[in-house]
Design a protein around this ligand. Structure first.
Ligand code: RTP
Ligand code: MG
Length: 140
């Protein structure tokens, strides 16, 4: 498997509990390198544009409110098979179903307030990275 890049968010429930470092430690222990990172506070419109793929889902409005409720940390992760590896270390969307040792098992509060986002495919990773970062921001 080749070296890939993926996009990650540390969500408001986690930044609010000061868990950025603890989550980054888990990402790094999984072999993912943080090659760009910044702390930002989205508007609801910006969160809505990022999650546009979910706009017909019943949780869309609640999700956008949550993502705009407090600062988030956006990051680009690089490593061998990074997209799947990050999804693995994140754990299942619902923390009640997440495997032991995963970020969501350890830190998530609920299916909505689930601490992290990770891209699910190469095309979404590229789109999501470009939404938040310029090429010169990525220092591999
Ligand atoms: P993400 O996109 O944030 O990495 O999470 P995911 O792929 O595991 O989950 P996805 O199905 O893409 O859903 C995006 C985010 O929406 C919130 N959600 N709430 N209340 C609900 O039933 C519900 N379902 C999903 C979660 O914050 C989820 O991560
Ligand atoms: Mg998703």
């Amino acid at each position: 498997m080749a070296i890939q890049r993926t996009f990650s968010i540390i969500k408001p429930d986690a930044t609010g509990r000061n868990l950025t470092g603890a989550i980054n430690a888990k990402l790094e222990a999984a072999g993912l390198r943080i090659i760009a990172q910044k702390r930002i506070h989205l508007t609801k419109a910006q969160a809505g544009a990022f999650y546009a793929v979910h706009k017909e889902r019943p949780f869309y409005d609640e999700l956008c409110e949550f993502m705009a409720s407090a600062p988030i940390v956006v990051q680009v992760l690089e490593g061998e098979d990074a997209i799947a590896k990050n999804r693995e270390v994140m754990g299942a969307t619902n923390p009640a179903e997440a495997a032991d040792g995963t970020i969501r098992k350890e830190f998530a509060l609920s299916i909505g307030e689930n601490s992290v986002h990770g891209s699910d495919a190469e095309d979404t990773a590229a789109t999501e990275i470009a939404y938040f970062f310029a090429g010169l921001d990525l220092v591999g």
